[in-house]
Design a protein around this ligand. Structure first.
Ligand code: IMP
Length: 196
């Protein structure tokens, strides 16, 4: 099975997670490739379309991932536009938008879409947290400004192991692995997001 993405950080985090889920034996190969992001107000739809495109390219089982940062006081902006907003406004732009806002609550969502050669399934992970007042030094993407709930350490200052303890990606991957295990053992698919 392939993981298709242009983002090495996502693959590194996923591989670290896979190595700690010892009951699951899944050999995941990395195909580095930028997939099209359709215009949609649903991360699930974006992820599904990426999965169709990735399958066309690899002709093998694939998983892809799409993420979004949803900031409460900005009416869930940047949400599905997170990638574009990161590339244009960046973390500084986000902090500027929040300059006078007391409410800094935000959530991070990950959608993993699997194309198994016949159908596409999605698996979701969502966490809540806060946008920091300052940009912390390290980390990729929004990691330097996102502090997950139940800690005061931003993602950017966590090692892989600790980030995975809190991360939206870990939850989505865990959902996928539960499905994968069940499906490989007894073909019993009870994923509610199943698409025929
Ligand atoms: P994408 O479209 O799935 O690549 O993600 C949307 C935006 O969120 C991109 O700018 C990513 O860099 C960023 N992003 C996705 N996941 C994470 C994460 O775990 N930490 C920080 N930023 C992330």
């Amino acid at each position: 099975m392939y993981f298709v993405s242009s983002n090495d950080n996502k693959f590194r985090e996923i591989m670290e997670l896979l190595s700690s889920y010892s009951p699951v034996s899944l050999s995941l190969k990395y195909k580095k490739m930028k997939l099209r992001e359709i215009q949609s107000n649903s991360l699930e739809e974006v992820a599904k379309m990426k999965a169709y495109e990735a399958y066309e390219l690899t002709r093998d089982k694939v998983i892809v991932e799409d993420d979004g940062l949803f900031i409460e006081s900005l009416n869930d902006f940047p949400g599905v536009y997170s990638s574009f907003v990161f590339d244009t406004l960046g973390n500084k732009g986000i902090l500027d938008l929040l300059k006078d806002k007391k409410n800094r609550k935000a959530s991070f969502k990950s959608v993993i879409a699997l194309h198994d050669g016949k159908k596409v399934l999605t698996f979701t992970g969502k966490i809540t947290g806060q946008i920091s007042e300052v940009i912390f030094e390290s980390g990729w993407g929004y990691d330097p400004i996102f502090i997950p709930e139940n800690t005061d350490i931003p993602f950017g200052q966590m090692d892989l192991n600790l980030k995975n303890k809190y991360s939206h990606r870990r939850i989505a991957l865990q959902e996928f692995l539960i499905w994968y295990n069940n499906n490989n053992n007894n073909n019993n698919n009870n994923n509610p997001n199943r698409e025929k």
